[in-house]
Design a protein around this ligand. Structure first.
Ligand code: PEP
Ligand code: MG
Length: 322
């Protein structure tokens, strides 16, 4: 099996009947690149930049960030690299920002909400990203979007950063994509509206499950309720992919669910274009996809979407790949 997997390392991902999807890797630092390349990733679907800001005593400078982004873009040699803007808060704290303690940090002052308020932090990151954009195939992604207003606000700040760079004569690539994570239920439910103003979606199931089922993703006492197989979660995923495709944008997934083998045939059948996962999951996922056909995946969708409980869905999807 291992030898068979290694054979797939430098291959593109495709079903038996030739439908191509992209398998990317999730990373936290440029040091993760080696594992990404060794496991045959077709790109990076999520670079979590918050690690640049953690375990230190002050904000990373524009230069430090620029170096990190450049390293990743160059290392991927023109393959797509989705870099997510700062997503702190929730479980990821940054002591030197002295943010107030909150009752519900996962529902609080975090991620894009901080960036739209403390715009200096956001502008510094966007400048570093834009400057790095000339070194590869950059896609910028905003986390924790709840609706179109935040996207417009973030893009307005991005435009300001572009204008400043132009005024200073600093080069940046003019055609990078800007997309959003779909990880808040209102974003999923308004994905028809959002799709008109962004270049791509990436579904963040880790948070989407938490927010849609009202189950804290860190709470062990209710961990049995935290499941990607919930029919309500699956319906949202289906809706997001359909709305993305109606507007002609690609839709990926970078939550843990994207690398969960039993879910992959279903996601494929729903039309997911890109799957981003931990590097070690890539080759097993590529192998599984190579055994499927479009028709089979659609059959699986029909059956799975007709089931009433998460338990039934999970049992059925596991039986399919057994
Ligand atoms: C997610 O929410 O699914 C996600 C990929 O982001 P994070 O796990 O960093 O919150
Ligand atoms: Mg998230």
């Amino acid at each position: 099996y291992r030898a068979k997997l290694m054979e797939l390392k430098d291959k593109n991902t495709a079903t038996k009947d030739g439908k191509h999807v992209e398998l990317g890797a999730n990373i936290g630092t440029p040091n993760d690149l080696k594992g990404v390349l060794n496991n045959g990733a077709e790109g990076i679907g999520l670079y979590r930049t918050e690690f640049l800001y953690m375990d230190r005593t002050s904000l990373p400078t524009e230069e430090e960030q620029f170096e990190a982004y450049k390293t990743v873009l160059e290392g991927m040699e023109g393959k797509p690299v989705v870099i997510r803007t700062l997503d702190i808060g929730g479980d990821k704290e940054i002591p030197y920002l002295n943010l107030p303690k909150e009752m519900n940090p996962f529902l609080g002052y975090r991620a894009l909400r901080i960036c739209l308020d403390k715009t200096d932090i956001f502008k510094t990151q966007l400048r570093a990203l834009l400057r790095a954009s000339v070194y590869g195939n950059l896609k910028i992604m905003y986390p924790m979007v709840s609706g179109i207003t935040e996207v417009r606000q973030a893009n307005a700040i991005m435009d300001e950063v572009r204008k400043n760079l132009e005024a200073e004569g600093i080069a940046y690539s003019k055609d990078f994509e800007v997309g959003i994570m779909i990880e808040i239920p209102t974003a999923a439910l308004t994905s028809d509206i959002l799709a008109k103003e962004v270049d791509f979606f990436s579904i963040g199931t880790n948070d989407l499950i938490q927010y849609s089922t009202a189950v804290d993703r860190m709470n062990q006492n209710i961990a049995h309720l935290y499941t990607p197989y919930h029919p309500g979660v699956l319906r949202m995923i289906k809706m997001v992919i359909e709305n993305g495709h109606k507007e002609g944008i690609w839709t990926g997934m970078c939550g843990e669910a994207a690398g969960e083998l039993p879910l992959i045939p279903l996601l494929l059948g729903l039309g997911l274009d890109e799957f981003s996962m931990s590097a070690t999951s890539i080759l097993p996922a590529r192998e599984l996809i190579s055994t499927l056909t479009k028709e089979k995946a659609q059959e699986i969708v029909e059956k799975a979407m007709s089931l009433a409980t998460a338990e039934e869905v999970e049992e059925y999807l596991k039986s399919v790949i057994a």
